[in-house]
Design a binder for this molecule. Structure first.
Ligand SMILES: O=C(O)CCC(=O)C(=O)O
Ligand SMILES: [Fe+2]
Length: 330
């Protein structure tokens, strides 16, 4: 592990991606990062840079369109599947409107998928913008990010001294995947406009591609530190369910975004989360450090019992209250 230009460490995943004998070196670096700030960059991930550039350009073309065009795929049209576009101010990550717009995507489940047939919220088909190549790029990206998610989870399992397939076998055989494209316009005069307010992510692992605008901040050791852009890398962070499973050994670290660059910021977070029906159980709480920080939302993840689907529905209903009602969640 090498120290980057910020306090967030950089982990070279190459040995894990290739499956070489140095796997444990990468696994230990991940473990160290997860016990520390809970945030790390990954390089050596093998994700095609040309695909990333194509997706970046397509997303910028989408967000540059008139609002009317963007609203053609507004989230309301996807109903309970919870996909599509939301305009600036439409999402309330920490109870207040965020200064960002975005598109939500998920696994492309057809009408014959059992959970779509059972009308389970958050399942269904995506709403893709009518831009050539968009659909293909998003589907290819989600496949790549899913591959990468499995690689990182394997590293985490090894780093914890568990069998490589520990998470894959228990919670991530059929992961819940959510992919978002966000555009953060620069604040107009109001320095207090947060792109995303302080929050933690809900699931296992977030893999984020950020552009060169900067603005992502991570709460580490009680203070906010920057996670500046590192070309060709992804920023990874722990979600609430991995915090829960590791008994707090790995923290779901609070983070937030403030776009101070004076230009548009584009970010592409991918959420690699437990299967919808996966029961979330602690691995070995004796390893936990017992710290119980005051959380941003005053929840205690360690008291949660149930499936990931139950946890996620409770969360999403808070972030999009109107859609929560529409989908019968609240
Ligand atoms: O856009 C970013 O850099 C972070 C986004 C984020 O934290 C989230 O969507 O959960
Ligand atoms: Fe987040």
């Amino acid at each position: 592990m090498t120290e980057g230009i910020s306090a967030v460490p950089i982990v070279d995943l190459d040995p894990l991606v290739r499956g070489g004998p140095d796997k444990l070196i990468a696994a230990r670096a991940i473990d160290q990062a997860c016990r520390g700030s809970g945030f790390f960059y990954v390089v050596g991930h093998g994700v095609d840079e040309a695909l990333a550039a194509r997706l970046d350009a397509l997303c910028r073309s989408f967000f540059a369109q008139d609002l009317d065009r963007k609203m053609e795929i507004r989230m309301e049209k996807a109903g309970r599947a919870w996909r599509g576009y939301f305009p600036v101010g439409g999402e309330l990550t920490s109870g207040k409107p965020d200064l960002k717009e975005g598109i939500y995507f998920g696994a492309e489940h057809g009408g014959d998928h059992p959970r779509v047939r059972a009308r389970v919220p958050l399942h269904g088909t995506n709403l893709f913008p009518d831009l050539p190549g968009f659909r293909e790029a998003v589907l290819a990206w989600m496949a790549e990010m899913t591959r990468l998610g499995h690689v990182i989870l394997e590293g985490m399992a090894l780093g914890l001294g568990l069998p490589a397939s520990y998470f894959a076998d228990r919670v991530a055989a059929d992961p819940t995947i959510l992919f978002r494209a966000f555009h953060y316009p620069p604040p107009e005069g109001d320095a207090e406009s947060w792109g995303v307010g302080e929050h933690t992510d809900y699931g296992l692992l977030t893999i984020l591609r950020q552009d060169d605008a900067g603005g992502l901040q991570v709460k580490s050791g009680g203070r906010w530190i920057e996670a500046p852009p590192v070309p060709g890398s992804f920023v990874c962070n722990i979600g609430d369910m991995l915090d829960r499973m590791t008994g707090g050994l790995y923290r779901s670290t609070p983070h937030r975004v403030h776009n101070r660059s004076g230009r548009n910021r584009l970010s592409l977070p991918f959420f690699f989360d437990p299967g919808w029906d996966a029961e979330i159980q602690a691995i070995d709480t004796s390893r936990a450090d017992g710290r119980a920080d005051e959380r941003w939302d005053r929840q205690n993840v360690h008291e949660f019992r149930g499936t990931y689907g139950q946890w996620l529905l409770g969360k999403v209903a808070k972030v999009f209250p109107d859609l929560g009602h529409a989908a019968g969640v609240t």
